[in-house]
Design a protein around this ligand. Sequence first.
Ligand code: ACO
Ligand code: LMR
Length: 613
Amino acid sequence: MEPYLLFSRDTRSIVYNMQTKAVQRMLDFDYLSGREKPSVAAIVNPGNSGTHKAHWGKGEVLIPIYPTIQTATDANGDIDVMVNFASFRSAYATTKEALLNKQIRVVAVIAEGVPERKARELAHLSKKLKKIIIGPATVGAIGAGAFKVGNTGGTIENIREQKLYRRGSVGLVTKSGGLLNEMFNIVSHNTDGIFEGVAIGGDKYPGSSLIDHLLRYEANPKIKIMVALGELGGDEEYKVVEAVNKGLLTKPIVFWVMGTCSKMFPAGVQFGHAGAKAGAEAETADAKNKTLKKAGVIVPHSFDTLGEEIARTFIKLKDEGKITPIEEPRNVPNIPMDYADALKRGIIRKPTSFISTVADDRGEEVNYGGYPISEIVHSGGKIGDVISLLWFGRRFPKWATDFMEMALMIVADHGPAVSGAHNAIIASRAGKDLISCLCSGLLTIGPRFGGAIDDCAKYMSDAFRRGIVPRDFVKEMKDKNVKIPGIGHRVKSLENPDGRVTLLIEYARKNFPRTDLLDFALGVQTVTTQKKSNLILNVDGTIGVLMVDMLRGVGHYNDEEVRNIVNLGYLNGFFVLGRSIGLIGHALDQKRMGERLYRHPWEDILYMVERKE
Ligand code: ACO
Ligand code: LMR
């Protein structure tokens, strides 16, 4: 590549640090410019490897991530630019490393606040190695239609409007990164466009200076006009004057030095950039503009007429036949807008895929059923309130939330011998993790063990609604050959009553407005225990019928709605939730004791496998 060029359409780069938005902007620019390959060949994310997925037009590409600059260049022999997004703390070390890397030719340093001594050292090193630094404290540079550094040029709409996707005849250099974009705008409206634009950065000691870039533009036969925007402070502009006087810069230069208003302020006031401070008279914008003009540089009256001067210069060159008309590229592709962006701007819509009516996490704090959690906590809410909001979407009265909490406490555990706990224990002893042990226990819950709550509520409610008496209900179930869910227990009976059931009934009698279904279920128990004394209303059954009485009593639902809740399978949830506490306890208990793998003893199994000869 010619030494006067910063970038070509084949330039490939490293983006240092995970600046995924900047990477995307670079890739969108590439695509708009009709590049064949993305300009970002690698991302260096110190210490990490992997890939980053980015949009490439309508498709997607994977960009490799490397832990170091060296590994990135080793793996990609075509990399010769680094866009350095390292912080001001690490910008020096990483830029130095990039300069010393054999492949890298140009480094753009975005960070502001790189110590001046370090910046000078880097500038010196780059000159010695015949490499180029753009920055520090810069937005970067653009080779129109070729390569874009990071966020230079702003949005893709700007790039399109200013036709930065193809080369024009103007070489632009500014100190300020912010004004670079404004200058792209001015140049694109008054000429055939930009060939290359660079913001050298506002620091006192930039890695490359105005004159460095103007000399490159002078050497570039495609560049016909040079436009420069200087700043008060320093002596860079005098180097340009010197080069003009020596005949080193011969092409038309339109130049404006910003900061002419500084005369209204006391001497030494700093204007934005670290370097923008006029000490001596010669450092003022007025003095610089005057000297430039004297040397034959085109200097407008003010920044406002800069565009006019540029236009006049362009037309003159065109009339003289020095600028050939540009053939506009056909079919400049469209870059699809990012979905999230379009959504934010309200210009697209799509039907949602999910609906949630119980919780909203989008604000500063999550809310349950419309109540921020802080409000629930501060108003003395407990787990019963959380269940009423998250499961039922409304706030139940205290007698109901207390009852739900009591149900959870009561079913939390029933010792290590019951089916669920046993499975959790076996899983724990097999070395499974806590969640697997819990799931093993939970998966045991079913029609015979802990999972009879829904069906008990269903059958008993149905019988109660039909107005049949308990005896007929028991007969009906027997005729259907269905064991009544919620009736019967392996060890509890009339002689050995289940204390948990007593507690639940006592509470309901005292606090519920009505207990119609409980009364019906106890009528069923009277019939079934006449057959066998263990055919009592068990803990599942009691919870089932009392939950129905509770739902009827809270005043939010009619009978149809209560039936619907039961049919949806809400009520087994109380056993699942409560028993999880015990299952976790058992799983951890085994781990704490370091219990070994369980193997069931042979003598406890009746083997009836016939031996075949
Ligand atoms: N409805 C009607 N009759 C029953 C019921 C019932 N729910 N349960 C048992 N019987 C009858 C049986 O048909 C059998 O009668 P038979 O002697 O004429 O054949 C007799 O009572 C004994 O039955 P078993 O199945 O041997 O009783 P077991 O003590 O083994 O079963 C169990 C206990 C599994 C709880 C059983 O009663 C049952 O299936 N109940 C319904 C499901 C239920 O509520 N499970 C939850 C229990 S509580 C908990 O897990 C937290
Ligand atoms: C339980 O709470 O786990 C039970 O009532 C079941 C049982 O077997 O005791």
